[in-house]
Design a protein around this ligand. Structure first.
Ligand code: FES
Length: 155
């Protein structure tokens, strides 16, 4: 982990304790998760207790202490998406990537997560891959969506 980048983040937030969430968000953006060494480093540099930092990092679902892929696949499993086939889409993603929900591919390219609602229920079932949004997804589209995303992100 590039601790210089973490220094720059803390500097940007002026080492203010009340900015800890922003600091953790920016730190997580580097590798898509918060390595333990980073939490220790932030604790030491900001003179903020490690317990407090762990409390925050484990309270918010947006933070992950486990390594995650470069691209996070979020499958909506809210009521509308569930009724429209979200489970079949999850099964297909698991099959294509050979991972289970909450896991990351060996090459750390993708992680698979579920969410409760992405806010566009009328377009169910919906998934996001990184920053890209896909609606009315069916299992037959999953492989193409991932391939398209691969080629987009390699550019
Ligand atoms: S339930 Fe899936 S977007 Fe709302």
């Amino acid at each position: 982990m590039d601790l210089l980048a973490i220094d720059n983040i803390m500097k940007k937030y002026e080492y203010r304790h009340y900015n800890i969430i922003g600091i953790l968000q920016d730190a997580q953006a580097i590798e898509n998760y918060l390595p333990e060494e980073v939490l220790h480093y932030i604790s030491e540099k900001m003179e903020l207790s490690l317990t407090r930092i762990f409390d925050i990092a484990t309270f918010y679902k947006a933070f992950s202490l486990r390594p995650r892929g470069k691209h996070i696949i979020k499958v909506c499993c809210g009521t509308a998406c569930h009724l429209s086939g979200a489970v079949s889409n999850i099964d297909q993603i698991k099959r294509v990537l050979n991972i289970q929900e909450g896991q990351t591919t060996e090459d750390r390219r993708y992680s698979l997560e579920t969410v409760n609602c992405l806010g566009t229920c009328a377009l169910a079932p919906v998934i996001t891959v990184g920053e890209e949004y896909y609606d009315a997804v069916n299992p037959g589209q999953v492989e193409k969506i991932l391939k398209d995303h691969d080629s987009m992100s390699d550019e």
